[in-house]
Design a protein around this ligand. Structure first.
Ligand code: PMP
Length: 428
């Protein structure tokens, strides 16, 4: 028995399903989750001392690779001063200034400890600001696990086939209107009917929780127009795309200014951090300036701020985003060519360092319905074939993949060579 297998057995004694977040359990692909003990650059090392080329990147934060020295050193330096005070620190202001500089639609920003908290708080703020209860989200988009947002959700909820969770009161869920991603007519129609009751639209500007689906031309612009017309708040959930798709996030890449933005993952450099912010006029409604309550004992924690600040400072200095895009493109184009050579219906998507893999006859996948129609069984076989080759992909057909700046041509070529062998097996 491998160490991962025995550790997984032991974990199940006192941890539900042996994991602290469901998608880690490999339910979407079958088999035993790998237990890791160390990361370095583009690599992860498991408890059996196997090395993997990693395309999960801790689900997004490891944009510069694992154990990136400037981030590790910043945390080490902060460590000796104590782990937290629950009182203001200078580094929080440095962090807020840098976030608002990099994402100019954010005039005020509040730090929290996860993406879930960021989106939950942004929704409450939008409701408090507009005095309206209804919110609009899109099928297959995932915005964390707060009650209002666990309706037709993506990510682990979708992988487990339970996009609507028991435990969410129907009376609350009925205020969440779920529309079709990339269908602006659907949005216009809903607003024509009840636009004056809708507090906000929350959207992943690139959908990364039902695989990786890019917005169609005009979709995000359309959302901006509709929100302007009906006085609703436009929230870009950039927990995944922030600082990744471009330094200023998807809003910079697509040149659209949301009213509020939620951030997570990269902003903590691997430690638990999220943030929400946006227009001053809206943000001034949050406590203690305004009546909409939101708080956190661990918010702005000095270690988390040190990691995040080092991460964002490095990203700003290094200007890595073109390189990141080029790497993801090289990888996805290569995979498409290999699949075609073996006669396997397969396509990909990519933007910035994010990418999607689809086992389908279709050339592009642009909706939840199309994403869920892909061959997930074949994805599972591909995933395990790649895992045996030492390539660690997200263990679900409904998650985006991530390249980091630490992935060099050598790792990308090794991945393509492995894929060539795995596609050959799938075809045979
Ligand atoms: N929003 C998006 C777009 C996400 O991808 C995620 C997590 N994958 C979240 C929100 C929730 O973040 P967290 O897991 O940190 O609560």
């Amino acid at each position: 028995m491998s160490r991962s297998e025995s550790l997984f057995q032991a974990a199940q004694a006192h941890i539900p399903g042996g994991v602290n977040s469901p998608v880690r359990a490999f339910k979407g692909v079958g088999g035993t989750p790998i237990f890791f003990k160390r990361g370095e650059g583009p690599f992860l090392f498991d408890e059996d001392d196997q090395r993997y080329i990693d395309y999960v990147g801790s689900w997004g934060p490891m944009l510069l690779g694992h154990a990136y020295p400037p981030v590790i050193n910043a945390v080490r330096e902060a460590l000796d001063n104590g782990l937290g005070f629950g009182a203001p620190t200078a580094i929080e202001t440095e962090m807020a200034d840098l976030v608002c500089e990099l994402v100019p639609s954010m005039e005020l920003v509040r730090m929290v400890s996860s993406g879930t908290e960021a989106t939950m708080s942004a929704i409450r703020l939008a409701r408090g600001f507009t005095g309206r209860d209804k919110i609009v989200k899109f099928e297959g988009c995932y915005h964390g696990h707060s009650d209002s947002l666990l309706v037709k959700a993506g990510s682990g909820a979708l992988t487990l086939g339970e996009p609507n969770s028991p435990g969410v009161p129907a009376a609350l869920a009925e205020h969440t209107i779920t529309l079709t991603y990339n269908d602006i007519d659907n949005v216009r129609q809903a607003f024509a009917e009840i636009g004056d009751q809708i507090a906000c639209i929350i959207v992943e500007p690139v959908a990364g929780n039902m695989n990786c689906i890019l917005p169609k031309e005009g979709f995000l612009e359309g959302l901006r127009d509709v929100c302007d017309q009906y006085g609703s708040v436009l929230i870009f959930d950039e927990v995944m795309t922030g600082f990744r798709v471009a330094l200023g996030g998807a809003q910079e890449y697509f040149n659209i200014k949301p009213d509020l933005t939620t951030l997570g993952k990269v902003i903590g450099g691997g430690l638990p951090v999220g943030a929400f912010g946006g227009k001053r006029e809206i943000m001034e409604h949050i406590a203690p300036l305004g009546p909409v309550y939101q708080a956190g004992t661990l918010s702005g924690n000095p270690l988390a701020m040190a990691a995040g600040l080092a991460m964002l400072t490095a990203l700003k200095a290094e200007g890595i985003h073109e390189a990141l895009s080029a790497k993801a493109e090289y990888l996805t184009q290569g995979l498409e060519a290999m699949a075609a050579r073996h006669g396997i219906p397969f396509t990909t998507s990519c933007v910035g360092g994010m990418f999607g893999l689809f086992f389908t006859e279709q050339e592009t996948v642009s909706s939840f319905a199309e994403a869920t129609a892909c061959n997930t069984e074949r994805f599972g076989k591909f995933f395990h074939g790649m895992l045996e080759e030492g390539i660690y992909l997200a263990p679900s057909a409904f998650e985006a993949g991530f390249v980091s700046n630490a992935h060099t041509e050598a790792e990308l070529d090794a991945t393509l060579a492995a894929a060539d062998r795995v596609f050959a097996k799938l075809a045979g």
